[in-house]
Design a protein around this ligand. Structure first.
Ligand SMILES: Nc1ncnc2c1ncn2[C@@H]1O[C@H](COP(=O)(O)OP(=O)(O)OP(=O)(O)O)[C@@H](O)[C@H]1O
Length: 431
């Protein structure tokens, strides 16, 4: 593929960004656009490195020239040389221009420069040291005049330490280093990004999302950043025939990716691994909601049950999958005030008692996931109270075990969702 000469649109530098991370980043892009020094953009996959390079070009003094980009991923030495320097046809003496010539007066952008094989790194070093080049098959030497922008999603310093990247080349290309923030660091920008992605798509500009759908998206743990967000939005538009997307549509779009390449498959797997417990927690709440007698009523309590208790269901953005050590048995014997409050809460959840409902309304504003069964138990007469109590304990234990299962064994997460302490959770499954 020949070097790509692009005039693609820039990030809107004049638009005031929402998040502090993006604000600082845009300011650095703006400063870089005012200089002519080499820039290296470092950041995770899909954070907008390519787009940022084109922005620096479009806003800077070289915008009258071309923005020429070469993707260094998997490029072979001979190909890189041809693409960079151009080739003189020995038969008709026609010169096929390379990227260096095309970028004259403009910008040369090398995407994922860390992927360049050793000999290509040497070629690039010679070029940036001498500012001259000779096309293949030609003995003529030309002066080069381009601004160099590179990008990397790898740690080039570590690559230098491991002998995989030339130290001297790194020092030629990293005069200005700009880190592209990950989407997880700038979640406040997601609604704006969603709108701009929808606006770009044919027939999608009027589409909307419910607040709950946007909330799901804003709490998703992105592993491929804006690239992943774009895919989710495109999948939404391409899959569901509706003008307003719900959280169910969004969740399905997050999980319904059908990756086409090996690398995308890896990304998708990672994404699924990181989201699974939160998703399962969502499912458990959705199921509980649909079994609840009030599930169809659009009351604020049932609407909020997705985020309650403690906003823990999927609101945790730094959720890690891990196993949690159980407290020692002795610790479980001594009940604290919190333990007793938790007992009261769980008992209320299971029994549906009046004061329990008040307790839940006061503390969690949540509908009980077991309210159907709980109400039926609460209806029994006094003489059956002992049996009912034993049944409740069994249901309570069953509920917690199911919750732990939904959370892939993560008891801390299960405790968060149940709205009790980890200690209480252990006590409940032991009894
Ligand atoms: N500010 C933005 N607004 C809307 N879309 C954006 C923005 N920045 C990037 N994108 C889109 O996100 C996708 C990824 O951007 P880009 O290719 O620039 O990222 P990258 O870091 O170079 O990715 P990769 O490392 O995967 O090649 C592209 O489709 C791009 O159009």
């Amino acid at each position: 593929m020949p070097p790509f000469v692009s005039d693609q649109s820039s990030l809107a530098l004049h638009k005031s960004p929402t998040s502090a991370a993006f604000h600082g980043f845009v300011r650095r892009l703006h400063l870089a656009s005012q200089s002519d020094d080499p820039v290296i953009l470092v950041g995770e996959v899909g954070t907008g490195k390519r787009q940022s390079a084109s922005t620096i070009h479009n806003v800077g003094s070289r915008s009258g020239g071309n923005f020429v980009q070469i993707d260094c991923l998997g490029i072979k030495e001979s190909k890189f040389e041809q693409e960079m320097l151009g080739t003189l046809n020995p038969y008709n003496h026609q010169l096929r221009q390379g990227a260096v010539s095309l970028a004259e007066g403009g910008t040369l952008y090398l995407h994922e420069v860390g992927e360049l094989p050793g000999p290509c790194q040497t070629l690039l070093l010679r070029l940036v040291e001498s500012n001259t080049y000779s096309p293949l098959n030609s003995s003529d030497t030309y002066n080069s005049d381009f601004r160099l922008i590179t990008s990397s999603s790898q740690d080039l310093m570590a690559m230098v330490e491991h002998g995989k990247f030339r130290n001297d080349l790194l020092h030629h290309i990293n005069t200005l280093t700009i880190r592209t923030p990950s989407l997880n660091e700038r979640r406040e920008d997601i609604p704006d990004l969603v709108r701009s992605i929808l606006l770009e798509m044919p027939h999608a500009s009027a589409k909307q999302m419910t607040p709950e759908a946007m909330e799901v998206l804003c709490h998703h743990k992105f592993t491929a950043n804006i690239l992943e967000l774009r895919n989710i939005i495109h999948r939404l538009v391409g899959t569901f025939e509706t003008d307003v997307y719900s959280e169910h549509h969004v969740i399905q779009s997050i999980y319904a990716g059908t990756p086409s390449s090996k690398s995308e498959r890896v990304i998708e797997k990672k994404s699924q691994r990181s989201m699974l417990p939160d998703f399962k927690a969502y499912v458990s709440h959705a199921q509980a909601k649909s079994h609840s007698p009030s599930s169809d009523a659009p009351s604020s309590a049932s609407q909020q049950s997705f985020t309650a208790p403690n906003n823990a269901t999927y609101a945790s953005t730094t959720y890690h999958i891990h196993t949690t050590a159980a407290p020692a048995d002795d610790d479980l014997e001594n009940l604290s005030a919190q333990d007793m409050a938790d007992d009261e809460f769980l008992a209320a959840k299971m029994a549906g008692q009046k004061q329990g409902q008040a307790y839940m309304a006061r503390h969690f504003n949540a509908a009980s996931p077991l309210s159907t069964e709980a109400n039926s138990v609460a209806d029994v007469g006094d003489e059956d109270a002992g049996n009912a109590f034993t049944a409740l304990k069994a249901q309570e234990r069953d509920y917690i075990l199911k919750l732990i299962d939904f959370c892939d064994g993560d008891k801390k997460k299960a405790a968060e969702i149940a709205g009790v302490t980890l200690r209480t959770l252990y006590r409940k499954i032991k009894q």
